[in-house]
Design a protein around this ligand. Sequence first.
Ligand code: FAD
Length: 291
Amino acid sequence: MHVETAFPLSRLTTIGTGGPAAAFARPSTLAELEEAVGWATERGMEVVTVGLGSNVLASDEGVDALVLRLGGELALVATYDDALEAGGGATNAVCLHRARAAGLGGLEFACAIPGTAGGGVRMNAGAYGSDWAAILECALVVSADGSGWLDTAELGLSYRHSSLGTGQVVARVRYRLAPRPPAEIRAEVAELVARRKATQPTNKRTFGSVFKNPAGELGAGRMIELSGLKGHRIGGAVISPRHANFIENAERATSADCIALMAEARRRVREQFGVELEREVVLLGPDSAGV
Ligand SMILES: Cc1cc2nc3c(=O)[nH]c(=O)nc-3n(C[C@H](O)[C@H](O)[C@H](O)COP(=O)(O)OP(=O)(O)OC[C@H]3O[C@@H](n4cnc5c(N)ncnc54)[C@H](O)[C@@H]3O)c2cc1C
């Protein structure tokens, strides 16, 4: 297994910010993944897996951990009858493409979620009334304690949440899908992508939703917008003028810029609505007070 040191996390995140990972490896088989986890455990290091980095904000100071990005066999996709099996590093786009080719529906909701199978499980990602919990049958999870398949109850999936902790790596997933004509899948995906483009900053560097939507009528984005923060800029980061629950990297933003914007959004929403916004994006590295 090849381990790189001081690997820039800005290359692994869609927002394009983040300092160095103390150690970085790209396991491409289950054996290599287990070896990597063992390597970190022997050194007392944390293991952090990054998928497409589409819902993470990595500290500018870096992350004192072994950071993994799964590739090779751990990113392959295959279909069997009404099931689709994917490596934890397989992208949603490839899974959706393979499902459509096999005439299997159920993954359409994920067409605008730019992540991987493993990241989807960890976040219980979702959109348009569906989520990972609705299609996932089980996931193969590797950790310092060993490897085993967990079902959705064991994974503790709820709104944008799973019970997976740092150090638990999703190596494979099995989705239960349903027969659907490819033309219908294509038409629904085209419609969902068009809806997305009309409302969200799809052509900017972001990390997806900043905050979870609280219970109640107003979404996080609407409350931030009503607090007057659309377009608000700190350093190189800006609250998206298109959708206020996104932060865009306008120009050489740092993670600190994003965190300052998040703290300001939370403060203003607390003052105006008495609501405590809960972070959806995952912070990697030293946690920042107040966000
Ligand atoms: C433009 C845009 C639109 C988005 N739209 C949506 C949306 O509609 N709905 C939604 O839910 N999300 C959305 N997101 C957020 C994001 O795409 C999802 O949360 C996605 O599932 C994250 O997957 P990822 O592979 O990029 O994970 P990452 O962002 O790399 O990681 C997220 C978390 O998962 C962990 N993780 C990643 N891979 C693994 C693995 N193999 N095993 C264990 N843990 C792992 C990471 O350690 C981290 O804690 C959007 C993001 C962007 C940039």
